[in-house]
Design a protein around this ligand. Sequence first.
Ligand code: FE2
Length: 386
Amino acid sequence: MSINETPIKLEKFSFTENQLTIIWSDGRTSQLAAIWLRDHCQMPQSRDPVSGQRLLNITDIPVDIRIANVAQNDVMLVVDFAPDSHQSEFSISWLLDNCYCLNVQMDVRSESGKKLWQKSSFGGKLPRCNYDLFCDSPDSKQSALQSFKDFGFVILDDVPGNEGQVLKVINQFGFVRETNYGPLFEVRTKVDANNLAFTNLGLGCHLDNPYRDPVPGIQLLHCLQSSTTGGESILQDGFMAANILRDENPQHFETLCRQWINYRFQDTNTDLHSRVPMFETNDKNEIIKVRYNNRSIGTLKLDPDQVTEFYAAYRHYAEIIEREVLQIQFKLNPGELMMFDNTRVLHARNGYSKGGVRHLQGAYSDLDGLYSTLNTLKTKTLRLAD
Ligand SMILES: [Fe+2]
C-alpha cells in the first residue's frame, strides 16, 4: 500500500450457517464458506504457533460444520462453529489479505507471472549483475534474481575464473542438483563424447534434460576460456514462442499440451526415460513448463491417428523457435556466467573452430531454492521499509 492509499476497513458483515459475508470499505465483498474458515483457523489448537503449520486434518472437521455466531471484537472477528463448539478469532487484516474472493491465486511459475520477451525487448541491454555485488549486496542479489524470475535468465559479470566456481555461485542462492554428469559438467570438445554438447558442433535451441524427473529447473554456464572463432550463445523465450504458436494455431498448441511423448538419454552407465508433454499447463491453461529437445526425443509411439497432427504441431513450434527476431545472441566471455530457467528459456550455440580453446563449466540447480531466496530477500526489504 502506498502512503496516499486509504486503508481498507471492514464496513459490515453478516452470516448464515454456511457463509460469512464481509463488505469492505472499498465496496468489494468477501464471501467465505464455513468449511474454509474452520480449515484456516489461526488459533493455537489448529496451527502450530511457531511454524504456522496446520495441526488438524480435514477429517477432524465435522462434515456438517457450520457457523453458529460471528461477533466483532475490535480488530478481530470471532467465529463460533457448530456442532463442535470451536471458536476461531480472525484478524480483519488477515481476512483482507487472505480471503479467496479478493486475492487471485498468482502462479509465479506460469506465463502470467513472467515478462515474455523477444530480441527487441532488451534494446541491447541484457539483464546483468556484477558478481561481487551479487554476493555482497542484498539489493543487487534481489534485483538479479528478480530479473531471472521475470525474463528467465541473468548474466553475472566478473565471476572468478576458478574451476568449480559455478558451484560456489549456486551456493549464493540455492543448492546444487547433482546428476549422472556429476556436480558439474565440462563443456569442451571431447573424443567420443556421450553428448553432442561436448563436441564443437552447433546446437539448436533446446532445453536440457527433458528425460529427467524432475527436470533441473536452472542451468548455469560459466565461461573459463574462449579463444575459438564462433561458439556464440543464443537464448530464446520458450513461453513467448508457445504464445505465438497458440495465436497462430490454437489446435497445434493444444496438441503439444495434450500429447505425451518419450524422452531418453542412454550411455554405458545411465538409461533415463520420461513420458511427458512438450508443454505443461496449469489449471488456468497457462504455460508453466516447456520441454523441447530434438536430440533427446525417444522413439515416438503415438496413437496412429495422432501422428500426423503431432508432427504438424511439433514442426510449427520448431519453425517459430528458429525465428531470429525471437533470439538474442551474444558471446559469453571468460569471467561471465549465464544462468537460465531450464523450464522456459531455450539455449543454443553456434558451432566453433577446432583451433583455440573454449571451456565452460556447467551445473544445475532447482527453481524452488532460487525463488525461496528471492522471497526471503523481498520480505526483509519490506520489513526494513516498515
Ligand atoms: Fe544444453
